[in-house]
Design a protein around this ligand. Structure first.
Ligand code: URA
Length: 195
C-alpha cells in the first residue's frame, strides 16, 4: 500500500468508527488533512472552521492565508508539507474543541503521524501543542523544539515537536506576527539538522 492509500484507509476508518458523532452530525464533512503524505514537516492545528468545513481542506480561511504567509517567510512550499488538525470536524460556532473530542481523535492523529513519519511536527496553538506536550506554556515554549518519545505502531519513536502560536493568534494580536515569522524559520533549520 502507498502512503496515500494508508492515509485514505485511515480516513475511512474514522468514518466507519463514527468518531465524534455529535460533531459529525452538524458538520458538512470530515476535514482529514492535506498535503504531501511523505512530508518532512507536519503542521497540526486545532479544528476546522467554516471555510475548512465547506471545502474539506484544513487552513483555507483567514488563518490559512496567514499560515501561507508564514510558510513563505520560512521558504517552505505548502504542497511540500502535510497539514491537519487534532479535531477533524468543525465545532459549532467555532467554539474550542472539547477535551473529550480531542481524546476521541487522538488515536487517529497518532496513526496519521505514524503513517507520515515527519521529521518535525509543528503544533499550531495550545490545543495541539498541549496534546503532544502536556505541560506546554505557549508563551514560554513557542519556537523551542522538544524531543518527544511517542508510541507509533507499537514502537517507541523519538520525534521533534516545535510548538508554535496559532496563526489566528497573530491575526488578533499584531505583536505576535514577528514572533511567528521568527518561529516558522526554525522549521527548515530543524529539517536540515536532521537530514
Ligand atoms: N484553524 C485551525 O486550527 N485549523 C483549521 O483548519 C483552520 C483554522
Amino acid at each position: 500500500m502507498t502512503v496515500q492509500e494508508e492515509l485514505d484507509k485511515l480516513e475511512q476508518t474514522i468514518l466507519d468508527n463514527n468518531v465524534c458523532p455529535e460533531l459529525h452530525a452538524q458538520a458538512t464533512q470530515l476535514v482529514f488533512g492535506s498535503g504531501n503524505p511523505e512530508a518532512d514537516v507536519m503542521f497540526i492545528g486545532e479544528a476546522p472552521g467554516k471555510n475548512e468545513d465547506l471545502s474539506g481542506e484544513p487552513f483555507v480561511g483567514a488563518a490559512g492565508k496567514f499560515l501561507d504567509e508564514m510558510l513563505g517567510h520560512a521558504n517552505i512550499k505548502r504542497p511540500d508539507v502535510y497539514i491537519t488538525n487534532i479535531v477533524k470536524y468543525r465545532p459549532p460556532d467555532n467554539r474550542d474543541p472539547k477535551t473529550e473530542e480531542k481524546a476521541e481523535f487522538w488515536p487517529y492523529l497518532l496513526k496519521q503521524i505514524a503513517i507520515i513519519k515527519p521529521k518535525v511536527i509543528a503544533t499550531l496553538g495550545k490545543h495541539s501543542g498541549k496534546a503532544l506536550i502536556p505541560d506546554l506554556v505557549i508563551s514560554e515554549d513557542h519556537g523551542q523544539p522538544k524531543k518527544l518519545k511517542v508510541m507509533l505502531n507499537g514502537k517507541e519513536e523519538e520525534i521533534i515537536i516545535l510548538p508554535l502560536y496559532h496563526p489566528a493568534a497573530a491575526l488578533y494580536n499584531g505583536g505576535l506576527r514577528q514572533t511567528l515569522i521568527d518561529d516558522f524559520k526554525i522549521v527548515p533549520q530543524i529539517i536540515k539538522e536532521n537530514s
